[in-house]
Design a binder for this molecule. Sequence first.
Ligand code: ZN
Length: 683
Amino acid sequence: MLDFKRNSNWIGLFTAIIFAPLLPVNAQEKALVNTSISPYAKQISVDMDAVKWTDGFWGYWADVSKDTMAMNMLHIYENDTLSHGFLNFEIAAGYKEGRHRGAPFHDGDFYKTLEALVSVYASTKDQRYYDALERIIKVIADAQRADGYIHTSTIIKQRNNPEDAVEFEDRMNFETYNMGHLMTAASLHYRITGQTNFLDIAIKATDFLVAYHENATAEQAQNAICPSHYMGVVEMYRTTRNKEYLDLAGKMIDIRGMITDGTDHNQDRIPFRQQREAVGHAVRANYLYAGVADLYAETGEDSLMMALESIWKDVVTKKLYITGATGALYDGVSPNGTTYKQSIIQQVHQAYGQAFQLPNISAYNETCANIGNVLWNHRMLLVTGDSRYADILELSLINSVLSGTDLGGTNFNYTNPLRVDEDLPFTFRWNKVREPYISKSNCCPPNVVRTVAETHNYAYALSDNGLIVNLYGSNELKTSLADGSELELKQETDYPWNGEIKLSIKKTGQDPFAIDLRIPAWASQAEITVNGEKSKEKPIAGSYLSLSRKWKKGDVIELNLPMTARLMEANPLVEETRNQVAVMRGPIVYCIESPDLHKGRIFNVELPAAIQFIPVKKMVKGASLTFLVGQALLQGKSDWEGKLYQELDQKNTLKPINIRLIPYFAWGNRGESEMAVWMPLRK
Ligand SMILES: [Zn+2]
């Protein structure tokens, strides 16, 4: 009934021809991912400033984000003694003398921080964020080369000795990764502020890539390391409507298929359209999949979606942790493309493993990979309108992205294991305690900071039929539907701690429209009333319930999602979790952590199949968390000193013990600890 998209598309095309390149920022075009003119997208995110988390779970994180996270990360990148994130730009701009320091992907991580500032500014309109951005954008503009190339490491080398460095000479320079984050941050900055100063830099950079790829070769394709720029280039197309950018995105996917010596590690051993399984470096993989989903939204090419759906199915049925994390391996060998000839067996690193290869202690699960999984599922959701993608988005976001930060938002994890045991006689490459700045590679912290700052943009979307509720949490929504009618709505809930959700209409137009509520796949007994009466529409777990009405001010929808604790088991092919269970309640994964057990060790706790859990509220570091308490069984002490095997002690009896489980994302907030998601099951 609402023909917004087609109309907008026509206006967009006309305007692009007559008034190119920039358009005014219209309502429904201020989203993080702007699918408002995407012909093959079924959902359009509401504007970045349309939703405010008010209290509860996401309200807490919104407060941490605006009060601490974004500015803290900026201060780290501006602290020369800690990081050259900003100083590299000042040197490249000629303001200061010196050399580039830090990882080659420092620029991109700094841009992620700027994206977080824009996102916080979108919801707070706090002038400090705007002013900080203005100050920094000027320096970035001065650092950019006249031809649009921007990468501080190379520019500083060239400034000191013009012969010294050329662009794209080392694929591990992450130039396109850096530029991709520039494009994303600048697009959002333009949408929120209406200012073109940041966007102009991104346009010049994208134009540089267009020219560079004019006669694209396989060598050039191999510069696509950690390809944030597929998402970035498509978003630049959506911002400017410059068709060259969309062509560039397509070309960059095409030339990946020209590579003759590609690897599974970099997802370019075989052309993308032929890929059916998730392989290799998990951040690179998930960023690639997210970028291809963006491309599909614009082109509708079936072979892209066929590959994406197949890879997604491979992940969720064989390679996804129960926490929504991805990328099981520190290091390994490619499951495909290898032969018995040892010299050509391909290594993979921070990567997807084989099907069902999901270790717990050594789980890599880089926070960036988990964020990449959110970015990918968000785009799949926008494109298909299928709620299963929103389920995975929420699972990953709450459990394996928030686990990347402490509750205060200032300390960060690189990896996200599902078990930590102090007795292991070796240390892993990455610290198991969260750190303020991960000097070896600080890619994850600003990535978490921007993601937390953007959660409100995942909450609602629009369709031709009306409004779609994708995430639950107390908030206020002010938007306009596709026909231009205004809609204001208030959501009150303690979700995900409590499944009771109340939506009240505060303002609405005259015409009927649908409100689609996501019924998560775990919510098999959901109930819905409208103005106190049971709805005639029946909620089905794992789908949207569409309530189509002539809505009026004062209407109230009450949704109740059952929040009983569930014992979860894994497919028996997951060797590491045989005869064990994990505990979930709603979308939250729980774990047992040493500060909650006052006698015995957490690894000696067994869960009876009939265990009953009671939810208990408890404050940790200023955050209100729901713990689960119940009666489990504790094995007696056994002596393993100096032994690998011993005969089972039949006299080692189990004793009842009261246990308390903490949400997995909040582990590690009470000092150094041991932790386990999976616990032995006693039937
Ligand atoms: Zn990372």
